[in-house]
Design a protein around this ligand. Structure first.
Ligand SMILES: [Zn+2]
Length: 239
């Protein structure tokens, strides 16, 4: 009887540790190693608009004129695999003054992953980002937002910063089918220093793409200015 109880306790503790580990790995504001940024502390009415995945040429060609028309500089966390497929789309983003960030090569769940595999996912993508013409720092955003131990250890060791987000109007359980819902969520909740995450690259995310003009116009009416992640980070270090 005692043995049964012991094993029941052991199982409960194991499950508890696994759940806690997973919550830490998915946390927007904590990781085991290195610097993690999910927002910037500033009084200035600055926000960063960030787009994950891609670059997909169709979405990029729709987005570029919208950003240009409103004088917005954005940050695109792109994958190496798609950079290789669509180098012109990536080069067009850089040429228009937008920032590229590293979102890994193949968008894997980076859990129980070797240092060699992490290095190849990150470094291969950095090289492609450089080939697209990007200068300056290249920030990293973990695919699926998962930062288990091997990934942050590598990022810290190589002096890279992890950039998460503070507003996610179209993620997880909040996936909205209506662009109005997405726009409203951002307009009602933005504060200075926010990093806004949107997924606009694929056809399944049309509502997000259509939400962009409303988000920009709504926040500009509130006096917000859109800057790249690097510009937002510079704001914090200049305080
Ligand atoms: Zn992603």
């Amino acid at each position: 009887m005692r043995t049964v109880r012991f094993f029941a306790l052991l199982a409960a503790v194991t499950v508890g540790l696994a759940v806690t580990g997973w919550q830490i790995a998915k946390s927007r504001t904590y990781q085991t190693f290195g610097e993690l940024i999910s927002e910037v502390h500033t009084e200035s009415r600055l926000v960063a608009l960030t787009f994950d995945d891609g670059p997909a040429p169709e979405a990029v060609s729709k987005l570029l004129p919208v950003l240009h028309e409103h004088g917005v500089k954005a940050t695109f966390f792109v994958t190496g695999a798609e950079l290789e497929r669509y180098p012109e789309a990536a080069a067009a983003l850089v040429a228009a003054g937008h920032e590229l960030g590293n979102h890994s090569y193949s968008h894997p769940r980076m859990v129980f992953i070797s240092q060699a595999k992490v290095a190849s996912e990150v470094e291969r993508t950095d090289e492609l980002i450089r080939a697209a013409g990007q200068l300056g720092d290249i920030h990293f955003r973990p695919p699926h937002g998962i930062k288990a131990i091997s990934l942050p250890y590598f990022l810290k060791k190589t002096g890279r910063r992890t950039v998460m987000w503070s507003l996610e109007p179209d993620s997880g359980s909040q996936i909205a089918s209506s662009s109005n819902t997405i726009t409203k969520h951002v307009i009602d909740n933005s504060k200075p220093g926010d990093i806004i995450l949107l997924h606009v690259m694929y056809n399944s995310r049309r509502a997000s793409l259509e939400a962009v003009p409303g988000i920009i116009e709504g926040l500009q009416l509130q006096g917000f200015q859109f800057v790249t992640v690097s510009e937002l980070l510079a704001e914090e270090s200049s305080r």
